[in-house]
Design a protein around this ligand. Structure first.
Ligand code: SF4
Length: 148
């Protein structure tokens, strides 16, 4: 599809390249998880990912809250750590505008790196870290993006 058509890409901030690997339906609010499930379906169907800076398609339902967590420095630092680690692990550039196809091979590779703790610096101090570690130990069972 033509470049620049964001409606046909899933817009993700860099640290969500990690979070999408362990999503099992949990999240901050019912609206957040409902939206995330729809994104998981699109990713599972192989829809292209476009890396963005700041709040993305997953953050969208939280953006109406005055305390939108997604705009805070914490998530931004996570993006930087994730972009660096994932870029190094995959050997590709992960920066604003970069595009990735979430096919089985990519997800498998990313999950291997995640489980081996090669890409998880961004997870430091994340409130979901224990859940994500358990999911990885469980070989990503019940995850909603391209279940393997
Ligand atoms: S621990 Fe947090 S940052 Fe890491 S994958 Fe899980 S939800 Fe995402």
């Amino acid at each position: 599809m033509a470049a620049g058509h964001s409606a046909l890409t899933v817009r993700l901030r860099a640290h969500h390249l990690l979070c999408m690997l362990t999503f099992v339906g949990e999240g901050y609010t019912p609206a957040f998880t409902a939206n995330y499930r729809r994104i998981a379906e699109r990713l599972s169907a192989g829809e292209e990912i476009e890396i963005v800076s700041g709040p993305d398609d997953i953050c969208a339902p939280l953006m109406s809250q005055c305390s939108a967590h997604c705009l805070l420095p914490g998530p931004k630092a996570r993006d930087e750590a994730a972009a660096e680690a994932v870029a190094k692990f995959l050997g590709v550039r992960i920066e604003q505008g970069a595009r990735l196809i979430p096919d089985k091979a990519l997800l498998k590779r990313l999950r291997r790196g995640f489980a081996a703790d090669l890409t998880r610096k961004a997870c430091e101090d994340c409130e979901w870290s224990e859940l994500c570690s358990t999911v990885a130990r469980d070989r990503f069972r019940n995850t909603l993006v391209a279940p393997c």
